[in-house]
Design a protein around this ligand. Structure first.
Ligand code: B3K
Ligand code: ZN
Length: 865
């Protein structure tokens, strides 16, 4: 039996490096079966250096060949599976010396997709967080920033294109059909930002001029057949570059900026310096193959990775505990960019609602479960498990709160000071906070608690109105998630809605446990609109009457809170197993027929809270009861508003050429919600209209929505359309993913067999590949993580499938397996018999003796909860 306890890394145990690197030269001869990596590294004593300290380099799954120091073969070293420790350094290591190492790795055997690997015959790398050590022995930590010069060699017939970070310095033909390219990155960077790409790729390119007048070359590299699908990504890149100049005065600092698309990738994309590598899903789009959501996601991921060039690359993280320093900030930046791209205030609000919906559906549950951690975690076993919605999305909310407290201009001052102080450095979240505080002369000491405490704080709202004195009082009481935690500094935007419309929006800063604010001269009882635009990532405990909520839902001028009131009304009724009452139906009707409201807002307002968010409101979750109550509620909205839905379906048609702009996308979204509602009310009557839309659509949004409507509502026409869809798009990998995902996400339908049977058949489909993360996510993750009503079956069959899948995936790709393993995090939160079956499934996985550190951390924390 294996007895080794998992190793934990702790934030407070951080030590600066003993040695650091100056110039790094790499010479890489690419061969799928045996890639030879030669490194030539200038080593310098680090701040923590002491005489005769050994140099400990990380290396993983490498074949060691040789070591030289200052040109001489060196034999005083030790190798372990994870390290190369070099002793007897020249002059005890107190002056610069050169280390040269030769080692070998095997890209074609690399299924983890970390380090150097092969996808469709081409070479790619992924180094964040700790993948560089799979390419060569190195100080693989973000606080060691070095200058790189990289020579790539390969057979020209197999790899005509050779790319790495920075600028292309030279190319050369070599004997035996080989060739080489030399790349130099002028900016010091940590190893996690290293990248190389080699293979048969082609690019589209553009030259742009930045504010300072410099010319820049932009390229998007893809497999040749995908070239026609790159325009939208290029437009997004250009828009991002201009936005960062305008909003933050940040310019592109390299002569050339490249994006490369790869179909085997563990996540969305990676911000390697000057050579971003992307999952094809976030690059390739054409109206026929990509939905409006795909277009929007591409825009935001392209922006996100580009923005990292400053927030992440020029200023990077001291250690991985500081991950939110770059991720929270960069998510905030991409959210603001995407909101600005909408081109209107109401468009901005729509984006905000979508961002908050995601936060509450995914991050709130994480923050209440066994993997809960502060945005700056204190401990981890496997860093890859901490690229979480907490670090990213809650991290972005924390950054947004600075902006709320300091104003847009104050925030900008803080950003300017942050870059002035830290350009070229590896720093901490405290440094960011200090820049914000110092630039604005503000004491943000209490604000620090957002970085160190997990869980979603609750804020209780009590209000009184004294008609005689015309005085209104609101009292707020905060309770951090864990008893004993420190109090937070919480910015809450609020406004009193009065008949006279005479009260302006104000910002309350809740810093004590309980605070009261008094408003005088209030002529009649106002309705309180609190936490407007979701100014703080909290749960509000506020027993607002249904009448007040209806007032907010029909007339709050803060679009977020207007939407929120509707969600709250629906949520309360669903949880009480009620159907929408007459007043709510009337409010829905008014909203749907209001000519002044954006279609995209209407679509969001009529979309019910997700099941997983409803789970969060329950003490003990009965997933089938929640599903049934939510579905019945939906059915009632569908039938009671039948006339409106039918009318909207006609009104929202946008014949003519497809355009992915926000206004057209909003119309399509509302039209397709209308279609789905009509099918919900009566699939038999409306199926022909859906089939017609499916067949005649000139874009993927409409075609997919029609197909999804037919599948989800169990229409008899679904199978024929599914078959047609598969044949039409058999050569389009990303569309085939949609075809798989749709079938795996079908909720239970009365007359049909369980979705799990279908999922098991899909897993045997010739197009299913266990080593392609996108395909696995579209079948297995789609079912286990995105289809709660089908997954949570009282017989435990979903959980057994989960366990079997985690165990099958783990040896292939631990990161993809660990993400799936998170699916049973909240097992304790469920009622019986679900809980018992979940526990058995978790135990079954935990019993495997060869689990990766990734999966082991997730299941052991779940079991310990
Ligand atoms: N920084 C990368 C994520 C790397 C994940 C490593 N497991 C993408 C991003 O956040 O932009
Ligand atoms: Zn990022």
């Amino acid at each position: 039996m294996k007895t080794d306890l998992p190793q934990s890394f702790r934030r407070l145990e951080y030590l600066p490096p003993n040695y650091t690197f100056g110039q790094v030269e790499l010479d890489i001869a690419l061969d799928p079966a045996r890639t030879i990596v030669k490194s030539h590294i200038e080593v310098l004593p680090g701040v923590n250096h002491e005489q005769d300290m050994p140099l400990v380099l990380q290396g993983h799954e490498l074949e060691f060949v040789s070591l030289r120091i200052n040109g001489q073969a060196h034999r005083q070293f030790e190798l372990t599976p994870e390290t190369l420790t070099i002793h007897a350094l020249p002059e005890g290591g107190k002056k610069a010396f050169i280390v040269e190492i030769i080692c070998v790795c095997i890209p074609e055997k690399n299924t983890s997709l970390m380090g150097l690997y092969v996808s469709n015959g081409n070479f790619f790398t992924q180094c964040e967080a700790e993948g560089f050590r799979k390419i060569t022995y190195f100080l693989d930590r973000p606080d060691v920033m070095a200058r790189y010069r990289v020579t790539l060699r390969a057979r020209e017939s197999e790899c005509p294109v050779l790319l790495s970070n920075g600028n292309l310095i030279a190319t050369e033909k070599l004997p035996n059909g080989w060739h080489s390219a030399v790349w130099e990155d002028p900016f010091p960077k940590p190893s996690y930002l290293f990248a190389l790409v080699a293979g048969k790729l082609e690019c589209i390119e553009e030259t742009i001029t930045t504010t300072s007048g410099a010319k820049k070359l932009l390229q998007i590299w893809v497999e040749p057949h995908d070239l026609p699908k790159t325009r939208h990504a290029m437009n997004s890149l250009i828009a991002s570059i201009h936005w960062d100049e305008k909003r933050y005065g940040l310019e592109l600092d390299l002569e050339r900026f490249m994006i490369v698309a790869v179909s085997d990738f563990n996540m969305g994309a990676m911000e390697n310096k000057g050579l971003n590598i992307f999952n094809t899903k976030f690059v390739l789009a054409q109206p026929e193959t990509a939905t409006d959501a795909d277009f929007a996601n591409i825009e935001s991921v392209v922006a996100h990775e580009y923005f990292h060039n400053w927030t992440g690359n020029r200023v990077t993280c001291q250690d991985w505990f500081q991950l939110s320093l770059k991720e929270g900030l960069t998510v905030f930046r991409d959210q603001e960019f995407s909101a600005d791209q909408m081109g209107s205030e109401s468009g901005r609000a729509v984006r905000r609602i979508e961002d908050v919906r995601l936060l509450r559906q995914l991050q709130f549950p994480e923050d209440a479960g066994p993997m809960a951690h502060p945005i700056r975690p204190d401990e981890y076993q496997e860093i890859n498990n901490f690229y979480t919605v907490t670090v990213y999305e809650k991290g972005a909310e924390v950054v947004r709160m600075y902006q709320t407290l300091l104003g847009v201009e104050g925030f900008r001052k803080g950003m300017d000071l942050y870059f002035k102080r830290h350009d070229g450095q590896a720093v901490t979240c405290d440094d960011f906070l200090a820049a914000m505080a110092d630039a604005n002369g503000r004491d943000l000491t209490q604000f620090k608690n957002w970085y160190s405490q997990a869980g979603t704080p609750r804020v209780k709202v009590e209000e009184t109105y004294d008609a005689k004195r015309k005085e209104y009082q609101v009292t707020l009481t905060q309770s951090p998630a864990k008893p004993g935690d420190q109090l937070f500094h919480i910015p809450l935007r609020m406004r009193l809605l009065t008949a006279q419309n005479d009260q302006a929006e104000t910002l309350l800063e809740l810093t004590q446990e309980r605070q009261t604010w008094t408003f005088s001269g209030i002529a009649s009882r106002p309705v309180l609109s609190m936490n407007r635009n979701f100014s703080a990532p909290i749960n509000l405990d506020f027993d607002q009457t249904e009448d007040d909520l209806l007032t907010l839902f029909s007339s709050d001028d803060d679009a977020f809170n207007r939407w929120e009131a509707g969600q709250k009304l629906a949520m309360q009724m669903i949880l009480e197993n009620r159907l929408p009452d007459e007043a709510l139906i009337k409010a829905y009707r008014n909203l749907l027929t209001d000519p002044d409201l954006d279609p995209s807002f209407k679509e969001l307002a009529l979309t019910l809270p997700a099941e997983t968010y409803l789970y969060e409101q329950c003490k003990s979750v009965d997933p089938q009861k929640i599903y049934a109550a939510r579905r019945a509620f939906r059915h009632a909205i569908a039938s009671e508003l039948g006339i409106e839905w039918a009318a909207l379906y006609q009104q929202m048609q946008a014949p003519g050429e497809f355009s992915p702009d926000a206004a057209s996308a909003g119309k399509r979204a509302l039209k397709n919600l209308a279609l789905s509602m009509l099918l919900e009310a009566d699939p038999a009557i409306w199926a022909p209209m859906a089939v017609n839309q499916y067949q005649n659509a000139n874009n993927m949004t409409d075609r997919y929505a029609a197909l999804a409507g037919l599948v989800i509502h169990g229409s008899k026409s679904a199978n024929a359309c599914l078959e047609d869809f598969h044949q039409r798009f058999a050569d389009e990998a990303l569309v085939v993913d949609k075809w798989f995902a749709l079938q795996s996400s079908r909720p239970p339908v009365a007359h049909m067999e369980p979705t799990l049977n279908e999922v098991k058949r899909l897993r045997e489909h010739p197009a299913f590949k266990m080593n392609n993360p996108n395909r696995v996510r579209s079948v297995i993750h789609a079912f286990c993580l995105n289809n709660p009503a089908s997954f949570h079956q009282a017989d435990g069959s979903g959980y057994a499938f989960w366990a079997e899948s985690v165990l099958a995936l783990d040896p292939i790709n631990p990161q993809v397996a660990a993400r799936l393993a998170r699916g049973l995090d909240r097992w304790r939160h469920f009622a019986q018999p679900y809980q018992g079956h979940m526990l058995s499934a978790l135990k079954q996985v935990a019993a495997c003796e060869t689990l990766s550190a990734d999966v082991k951390e997730v299941v052991s924390k779940a079991l310990a909860s």
